[in-house]
Design a protein around this ligand. Structure first.
Ligand code: SF4
Length: 366
């Protein structure tokens, strides 16, 4: 990787902008890469990528209106540095990773993208609960399922799942009290935080309605459903629907049919997601600048390894060893995506959607 750097002293005046511009003109080449804009105190304020670094950087100096994003960034910038990458794909990856590292204040657009998606989050702590959240948070201790579009539909399906498995859906701050839990003092009788326990839709972990083990078992069932390995929640609803039908309670049976449909729709969304994630597992060869070709070992939508395209037998053996390592490690359920991997998964799936012909450069690795 070749590195170019143009350092200037604050404040950013027209004269200094002219110097920055001339340094870009002198040093930057029209090659793929990423660039960073830094303030006078060294804060990274913006990270961008381009197939043609020189053209892209010079375009900043042509921003005619002060309100244009490029002009605003430049006025706050005191230094520009850039790195070349072998290809546009490599630039895209480097941009994402650099943004995640520095969280520059002008990169709001990319952060907003991630918030368009919803996830089902399984919280930690006693009486875990499932909830729909927007965007990926930095909370790596929770488990996330998704991403999905359509938060409302996912929320409705999740309500059915909670009801079918008698899981809580109340606020996190509500205090739990399991039947196997001992307390030194209990001054007044407990009352549930909502009516779900009384109407048979929640085990009632807030009022000793179940032991922690009983509750955890239901959570495991929910996870198995979201992981695609257990259909019990749908079986429960189907049985209730059939029982009501047999009792000629057709209106109530129809309510259960609708509930079942919502869960089926959630399940099929997961199936599609699993399919997409699993299909993003291969070795992807990308031609690079002046023959700097790279092979990316992508597993479940994440680049797990990158090597220079092997030309000798020795290099091929080394790459195969790395691939064996990456592709033979144990699988997590495909519908649960660790938070720190979500952005990259979204980035790769959108790359292959935008450029479907790139799939021709991929090959399965066993
Ligand atoms: S019954 Fe208790 S635990 Fe269940 S949802 Fe209501 S407040 Fe939460």
């Amino acid at each position: 990787m070749i590195r170019g750097e143009a350092k200037l002293r604050p404040p950013t005046s027209d004269d200094q902008l002219a110097v920055m511009r001339s340094l870009v003109k002198k040093d930057a080449a029209d090659r793929p890469g990423i660039y960073r804009m830094l303030s006078s105190d060294g804060e990274v304020i913006y990270v961008g990528k381009s197939k043609q670094i020189r053209t892209r950087l010079l375009s900043y100096f042509r921003c005619a209106f002060p309100k244009e994003k490029g002009a605003r960034i430049l006025r706050n910038a005191d230094q520009i540095d850039w790195e070349y990458t072998p290809s546009e794909f490599a630039a895209l990856l480097a941009e994402l990773r650099t943004i995640k590292r520095f969280r520059p204040r002008f990169n709001v657009a990319m952060m907003r993208d991630a918030r368009h998606y919803s996830f089902i989050k399984l919280t930690r702590g006693p009486a875990q609960k499932l909830m729909v959240v927007r965007g990926a948070s930095g909370d790596d201790s929770s488990i996330y399922y998704g991403p999905f579009l359509g938060a409302q539909r996912v929320g409705e399906a999740l309500r059915e799942l909670n009801d079918a498995l008698l899981l809580r859906d109340c606020k996190s701050e509500i205090k739990m009290f399991f039947s196997d839990q001992h307390e030194l003092f209990q001054l007044s009788p407990r009352t549930p935080g909502c009516i779900r326990h009384e109407i048979g839709k929640c085990l009632g972990p807030c009022v000793a309605g179940c032991s922690s083990h009983e509750y955890d078992q239901q959570v495991s069932l929910a996870r198995a459903f979201l992981d695609g390995t257990d259909d019990r929640p749908m079986v429960i609803l189907r049985e209730q629907m059939e029982k009501l039908s047999a009792e000629m309670e057709f209106e109530r049976a129809a309510i259960f049919r609708d509930k079942l449909e919502r869960l089926e729709s959630l399940r099929s969304q997961f199936d599609r997601l699993r399919f997409a994630v699993e299909n993003l597992s291969f070795a992807y060869t990308v031609p690079g600048h002046e023959g700097d070709d790279r092979v990316y070992l992508i597993r479940r939508g994440i680049v797990r390894g990158e090597v220079t395209k092997p030309t000798s037998k020795k290099q091929k053996t080394e790459m195969q060893k790395l691939a064996d390592n990456i592709f033979s490690s144990e699988d997590k359920p495909a519908a649960s995506v660790p938070t720190h991997e979500i952005d990259e998964l979204l980035l790769l799936s959108s790359w292959f959607r935008r450029f479907p012909k790139e799939m021709k450069r991929t090959r399965q690795v066993s």
